[in-house]
Write a protein that binds this ligand. Sequence first.
Ligand code: CTP
Length: 397
Amino acid sequence: MLASKRILLIIGGGIAAFKTLDLIRRLRERGAQVTPVLTRAGAEFVTPLSVSALAGRKVFCDLFDLTDEAEMGHIELSRSADLIVVAPGTADLMAKMAVGQADDLASTLLLATDTAVLVAPAMNVRMWQHAATQRNIAMLKADGIGFVGPNGGDMACGEHGPGRMAEVPEVIAAIESALSSGPLQGRRVVVTSGPTHEPIDPVRYIANRSSGAQGTAIARALASLGAEVVFVTGPATVPPPDGVEVVRVETAREMLAAVDAALPAEVVICAAAVADWHVASATDRKMKKTEGGMPALEFAENPDILATVSSRGADRPGLVVGFAAETHDVVGHATAKRARKGCDWILANDVSHATGIMGGTENAVTLITEDGAETWPRMGKADVARQLADRIARVLA
Ligand code: CTP
């Protein structure tokens, strides 16, 4: 997939720069050509010699190096790649990208390019969470810049939380997805996934057992066919896939707002296990034990995201897909659900305890369309996802 692809790799100044040495090797193993650009800060962490030795070519460092300009001007350098990868993407580099500052070779290339850009951010957790960084990322995403990571975990600075650069295999998967010329290239798809959490008070909530495995697999399969995926996820237990835009929500109402904000799209797939109700009497203060026994909770119905999207007017997505989790008369209930919600396809599955599907790795689904019901053999959730993605690619072709 990466054979003869040209990747311009901008190495920023962070401790995670060491990972780019392995990244270069792995990319070259896959047949990609890597042209490295090392920022001044990056050169404090990895040497130009090791970078160029691994890349098998010259490393570009300085905007005002006349030899570089004579060999290849910086404008040409910025455009002679299939993809620009910024790793590690430091807070400083992203801030420059967001405001269009061009005061060194890396930032000038990023401003001059007309090539797709993928950033693998890495920084201290506080820097990552800072409003300025989050603002810059939102701007860059709106500009069409792709992101992979960061991951959570222990950091070199001794703190814990999001900010670690994505691991090399994750960065490679995101590069493959960014360079994919699959059948869903240029198609925008929104996928909902995971459970929702409906608060009772600031410390308690109502949830369900969904792991988010099936929605995650679907988003991954669609991205691998080249789709631009917005992945709207509740608090799931499986991590989101690479190469997609992740929007994290908690409640059904937040999920609907996130889906609305992600539209227009050509396809919407509602794989989330959305709570049907929220606690109308939820309080801002922790509920205390009372003498009178258990407090009564008042519930109010949540918006139905699938039905709301399906009933949109002129900008209704061309294909709206839902799931139907049933425990008996699966096809009968799911067929009625398809009609009631107004969606195009329903993937019905039997979630009765004996099937082991809810929270498990396999799924047995029946696809219900206007043409009737088609039962698929029991298979892994990743295979269900690939089969669904292939079907979507066929109908959009
Ligand atoms: N769904 C949704 N918003 C909701 C409830 C469900 O988008 N508030 C979507 C789910 O993502 C799924 C489909 O609707 O794609 C069906 O979910 P399911 O739980 O099977 O159906 P319900 O509408 O909850 O119906 P019931 O509980 O009566 O079976």
